[in-house]
Design a protein around this ligand. Structure first.
Ligand code: GDP
Ligand code: K
Ligand code: MG
Length: 300
């Protein structure tokens, strides 16, 4: 890693917020590459994932987190625990809310968590492209929350990029002089294999029924590069036979769709041709088992 020039700033920014407010979309937009998968489904993001943006004056390391919500099972608790760790271990918290809907109980639950930390908080109103014509009442509901906690507030759209340069500038202002933590051209701390697994999971979320996505875990078994094509073998682990059935689909049609969409995404990721082979395996109750969670790469 090269030495940072004099006056260079760097630091870690935790992206916190309810599910579906656009945290992952925002991180992808800021770093300029799809590293975190996004979808209209809550709990798309499971692991903590770092996105890295290096400018001539600063290195911003974003920590994407799963949305914070009331946990219902062990995986849920692990997710909330990870978000809490993220809050304490970053230099700045970017608390993202959905500016197209009024401030609600979910936002206040998080605001309460954040009020107990010394980490500086910036309140980010996302989805301003979706705000209705008369949006003053929406802005007011968040402005009140920001004021009572003395948080700075900034408005943007992760989808259209409106307001993102201003957000970036504000974040840099909050960082201290620091080193380059990562090489300037790196956009994520995760290995390519992990992102590949995520891109497969994204297609499962987008293409299958809601009960399947929460119980899948992807293992990339093999990545074999040759001059013309990269061969990727992956296993989709599910809990039940019925889920295996849904994933495979009639005559294998669902698995075929997942495979061809995921292949497109992985080709973009590695900028090359990909051959993708998917297997589906039933591994009962992995969600309840901390051992299996750890084996599958989740922080427990
Ligand atoms: P997360 O759960 O907070 O990580 O949210 P995602 O990044 O997965 O986004 C949830 C949904 O909101 C997806 O369908 C995104 O396309 C959508 N979304 C994210 N940011 C914006 C935005 O600025 N404007 C609009 N209209 N939609 C957005
Ligand atoms: K989501
Ligand atoms: Mg996300």
């Amino acid at each position: 890693i090269p030495q940072a020039p004099p006056g260079f700033k760097s630091g870690f920014i935790g992206i916190i917020g309810r599910p579906n407010v656009g945290k992952s979309t925002l991180m992808n937009e800021l770093v300029g590459q799809k590293i975190a998968i996004t979808s209209p489904v809550a709990q798309t993001t499971r692991n903590r994932l770092r996105g890295i943006l290096t400018t001539p004056e600063a290195q911003l390391i974003f920590v994407d987190t799963p949305g914070i919500h009331k946990p219902h099972h062990q995986l849920g608790e692990v997710l909330v625990q990870n978000a809490k760790i993220a809050i304490e271990s970053v230099d700045v918290v970017l608390f993202v809310v959905d500016g197209a809907v009024a401030c609600g109980a979910g936002d206040r639950f998080i605001a309460d968590l954040l009020s107990r930390t010394k980490t500086p908080v910036i309140l980010g109103l996302n989805k301003i492209d979706q705000q209705p014509a008369d949006s003053q009442f929406l802005d007011d509901s968040y402005a009140q929350m920001a004021k009572s906690h003395e948080w700075e507030i900034v408005k943007f759209s992760a989808k259209t990029s409106a307001g993102l340069p201003q957000l970036q500038q504000l974040l840099i202002e909050h960082l201290e002089i620091g080193p380059l933590y990562y090489p300037p051209d790196l956009v994520t701390d995760q290995p390519e294999r992990f992102i590949m697994g995520e891109l497969i999971r994204e297609q499962i979320i987008l293409l299958t029924r809601e009960e399947v996505p929460h119980s899948v875990a992807i293992a990339i078994d093999q990545v074999e590069e040759s001059p013309n094509i990269t061969r990727v073998l992956a296993t989709i682990n599910v809990e039940r036979d019925s889920q295996k059935g849904i994933l495979i689909g009639k005559g294998g049609s669902m698995l075929k769709s997942i495979g061809s969409e995921a292949r497109e995404q992985i080709q973009k990721l590695i900028a090359g041709k990909v051959y993708l082979e998917l297997f589906v395996k039933v591994q009962p109750k992995w969600r309840q088992s901390r051992v299996s969670l750890a084996e599958l790469g989740y922080r427990v």
